[in-house]
Design a protein around this ligand. Structure first.
Ligand code: SF4
Length: 136
């Protein structure tokens, strides 16, 4: 992950974050900070450059990347057509499983936290500095 461009519109999502980010390179704990701080290119392709449409809040304050866990929910029918064709030909939803593996590879799933520690810290500091006080 490169240096982040902070996007004020997503600061409101930080209240959903409850886990501390592990150091870069350590196992991912699903804290969600990377995807909140910056939408990855694959997420941008879903049509929102400020808030990832495929970021899925889970219980216990964790997040999942929807393109890896449930890609059929987020892609257009056009983009899913080849994968659904494989499903038709092979038993066991092999097209869907192949698509999940494809996105897992592209997003580095299983390779540890890839979010730059300093960039995430700077994002959090900026969010704290701009947090609006309640009017009453
Ligand atoms: S890659 Fe890092 S910042 Fe992103 S969810 Fe995993 S632990 Fe959190």
């Amino acid at each position: 992950m490169d240096k982040l461009e902070s996007v004020g519109a997503v600061w409101h999502l930080l209240h959903l974050v409850s886990l501390d980010k592990p150091p870069q390179g350590k196992p991912c704990n699903g804290c969600g900070l990377c995807c909140i701080a910056e939408v990855f290119d694959l997420g941008k392709e879903l049509g929102d450059e400020e808030q990832c449409r495929a970021l899925m809040p889970l219980r216990a304050g964790r997040f999942a990347r929807g393109l890896v866990t449930d890609p059929y929910r987020f892609l257009s029918p056009d983009r899913l057509a080849p994968w659904r064709a494989i499903d038709q030909l092979a038993p066991g939803a092999q097209g869907e499983e192949a698509l999940k593996s494809h996105f897992a590879g592209l997003l580095g799933t299983g390779r540890g936290c890839d979010a730059d520690d300093e960039a995430i810290r700077a994002f959090q500091v900026e969010a704290d500095a701009n947090r609006q006080l309640p009017l009453m």
